[in-house]
Design a protein around this ligand. Structure first.
Ligand SMILES: C[S@@+](CC[C@H](N)C(=O)[O-])C[C@H]1O[C@@H](n2cnc3c(N)ncnc32)[C@H](O)[C@@H]1O
Length: 189
């Protein structure tokens, strides 16, 4: 089995969503610290997005709200990124992500941390470890939550990290390119 088949086997699932309806399962009354419901990006969109962002061996990835870890695992396994870190509030998803990474043979390069992005004490840069310095951050969160996660995005962006947003445009950042549903930001062209 090729590594691409192996990766898709782990991540193709009925949780995938259509690009024009990014949050079909969003419910009213989510806790205030839930910045977006768990909706897994389609595997084809994951590959398209990482290619769109030009991910390669020079890159270290951070996914802010990493779900089942598919972006981090694909970045390392399919695009040869040096390392990837996923931050996820749901401990079950963190466990599943690490299991996927191990099953795909990238358990040491794709790592996952259970943390709340709204925690004022959280400093995402301290989570980099082997992924230091990050070069690309991935964001697939609700636009109305932006005030609650923008400090992380701003800090990464100001440090020269490219920001790839799925489904929603972000505010106050220089857009490098976009191709719906992908928006890539960065300080330098
Ligand atoms: C739309 S999903 C995106 C998942 C993954 N990045 C993908 O594209 O497949 C958003 C994720 O953010 C997580 N999340 C929501 N609020 C969070 C918070 N305060 N801290 C960390 N993760 C959070 C959710 O549990 C969910 O897994």
């Amino acid at each position: 089995m090729s590594s691409r088949d192996e990766w898709k086997q782990h991540y193709d699932s009925s949780d995938d969503h259509a690009d024009d309806d990014p949050f079909p399962k969003m419910l009213d009354g989510e806790a205030h610290n839930i910045l977006g419901p768990y909706v897994a990006t389609e595997t084809t969109t994951v590959v398209k997005a990482l290619r769109f962002a030009g991910v390669g061996p020079q890159d270290c990835i951070i996914d802010l709200g990493s779900g089942d870890g598919r972006f981090c695992v694909a970045a390392v396994q399919q695009f040869r990124a040096r390392a990837a870190v996923g931050i996820e509030i749901d401990a079950e998803l963190v466990r599943a992500s690490q299991a996927h990474a191990t099953a795909c043979g990238v358990g040491s390069k794709a790592r996952f941390t259970c943390a709340d992005l709204t925690d004022p004490l959280l400093d995402v840069l301290t989570l980099a470890g082997d992924a230091n310095p990050f070069t690309l951050a991935i964001v697939f969160l609700l636009p109305e939550s932006e005030p609650l996660f923008e400090r992380h995005v701003r800090r990464l962006y100001d440090g020269g990290v490219r920001i790839l947003s799925l489904a929603f445009a972000l505010t106050g950042l220089q857009l490098l390119k976009s191709e719906r549903p992908l928006y890539l930001y960065g300080r330098d062209g």
